[in-house]
Structure formats: structure tokens, C-alpha cells
Design a binder for this molecule. Sequence first.
Ligand code: F6P
Length: 373
Amino acid sequence: MAKNIGILTSGGDCPGLNAAIRGIGRAAQDYFKMNVIGFRDGFRGLVQDRTLTLDSGLLSGILTLGGTILGTSRDKPHRMPIGDKEMDMTSAIVETYKRHNLDCLVCIGGGGTQKNALRLKKSDLNIITLPKTIDNDIAKTDITIGFNTALGIATEAIDRLHSTATSHHRIIVVEVMGHRAGWLALGAGLAGGADVVLIPEIPYDIEKVAKAIRNRTHAGKRFSIVTVAEGSMSIDDSKRIGRLLREKEESGKKSEKARISRKLEEFHQSHVNHTLHLTRQLEELTGLESRLTILGHLQRGGTPSTVDRILATHLGTTCVALIEKEKYGVMLAVQNNKIIPVLLEEVAGMKKLVLNDDPWLESARHVGTVFGD
Ligand code: F6P
């Protein structure tokens, strides 16, 4: 009997999702003779049984297309907004899975998706996930779909900002995505030759950053490029957050936990303008005119790079080969240039952060990049 596969994309979009959908769809239908159905808008589409028939016409021409033809959402199966409530819709998902007689559901997504996929695995569904996020912060995999493209976009932006920074003798602060992990800022900073790179993993001292820029001025360099991951924090802010998180963990009372959660939320809301504040601080401390560029969702849009097309296609086809062998409950990871299955239990809830001995970090320090620590 031909196997039936369902596919969904979940979480923030990125370039390469369509290449993965095409890889799965083509390999499944044309090579392994399986049936494939797409679910729209992440886990919500599964709850509502909204599908898309992934026939050869629809799969044609999407390899180079950004975004996802399936649509995506950040909805979680166990806490799905329904009207003005959040409800556990896991049983509706299980029903849809059974209604379509699925042999496997492929979830293409980031960190949140890995956790949701594990929950569905625990509800006895056959699941395989593919890792995607421009943040590149999924545990157990060297790289995720979307990262290489975003890295190229951020690097090109830094290259372009160099010439205008030089002409005007300015500091240009460029904010890239990455709430918890600094891979994009570090990689683009390394590739683009940023003078300062600030990442969430290394809390910074603004005085040290300003001093590094003043030293450049004394050495005759009249501009500086500061690449900042959106989740970067000063040492003081990082201590404050650390304290709040500890208090929340240690507190036994529900009301106290809720109070601390509100404080954390307030902090994150106010942190949105953090890079603008940082730019102004640097202008004040160095006396150099400063400008801020926020790359934002530009980094998630447009056509995938060559590397992402190959990666997404390879992950997609390997996934179908695994379904053929009936090996489920795993995420396909890239380790040392090989694709290997890793148990969802080993990935869900974990994050791959930039560690102190990371070779990229070391290399950046060796070429004089300042991290403000
Ligand atoms: O996909 C991850 C990510 O790109 C983060 O770096 C960023 O903070 C977040 O998504 C923003 O996503 P959205 O605006 O779509 O919620």
C-alpha cells in the first residue's frame, strides 16, 4: 500500500521552505510512489483540516521561491488561540491525522516546532521534523534551512553600510535578527568585517565598546561598523534578567510567578528599542555621528541561496527515504556534512548557542573584533 505523508511549515518563515516542500513532494510522489498532502498555516491548518494538494503543477517552479506555499503560523497544538481562549487542540490534530490515514507527518520548523512535534509524538503520531530558522539555533544540527541565505543578506548589508559609514565618518549600528542566539550577527560580522559584534551570549559593557571605537579614531580610522543581534544585552540588563529568572524558578507561589512573568514581559517590550538607545549612547560617548539600520524581516525574505536550496532539497529527500524505512520520531540534523536522524527528545527545548570556545568567535577575536566583554 502506498504511504500517505502530511507536510506543514510552522514558526517564522525563511528562504528554503519551498525547496524542502518540493524535495519531499517530488521524492515521495515521483520516486517512492507515496501520496503527499500539505496542511496550511502550521498546526492550525491541521486542527482545521485545511489542506493543499501538492501535485506536480504546484511543486513546479517553487525551488527558488522565498516563503512557504503552505503558509505558516506560530500556533501551538496544546495552546491554540480559539476565540478569546487558548485551548488544547491535540485531539483534533490526532483526528485529522487519522482521517487522512497518514503514515507520517513532516513538520518543517524551528525550536518551537521541535517541542510541538515531540508533543505529537507522545500522542502516538509518526513524526519527522526538518530544522529551519535563520537564527541557526536548533540543537544537534550544524546548520538550519534559511541561515545561509540570511547570512548572505546581512553580510551584503554590512558591505554596503561600510561605504556610507566611511564617506560620512560615522558609526553605523546594524541590527540583525537573533533573540537568544548570536549566530547571524557573529557570522555576518565575521564575513563583513564588523568592528564590533554584540550577541546575546556575551553581555556587553558600553564603555568598552565606546573605548574600542575611540581607539579606532586614534588609529586614524574614521568610521566603525557595529553589528548587533536583536537580543544583545548590557551586563546590567543581563544581571537583572538573570535575577528575575532565578526568582521565578525559586518562587513556589503561582501569583508570584505571574508577577515576575509580567516584569520579564515588560523588560522584553522595552528592549525592542534597545539598539536605538545603544546607537545614541555610542554617539554621546565617542562624539561621532551615529546611525542605526535595522535589517528585520528583510533577512527572512526572497529567494534562497544555493547552499539553502541544496540543504533543503537534501533534507527533504532524506526525510522521504526515512519514511520508506518507517523510522519516525526524529529530527533530521546535519552533523559533519552528513544528514543523521536525532531523537526529538534530544532536540526539543534545547538551544544551540554561541559558546566561549566557538571557532568563529575565536577567529573574530583574532582579527580584532570587539565583543564589549
Ligand atoms: O525565525 C526566528 C526569528 O527570525 C527571530 O530571530 C526573530 O526575533 C523572530 O523570528 C521574529 O519573528 P516574527 O516577527 O515573525 O514573529
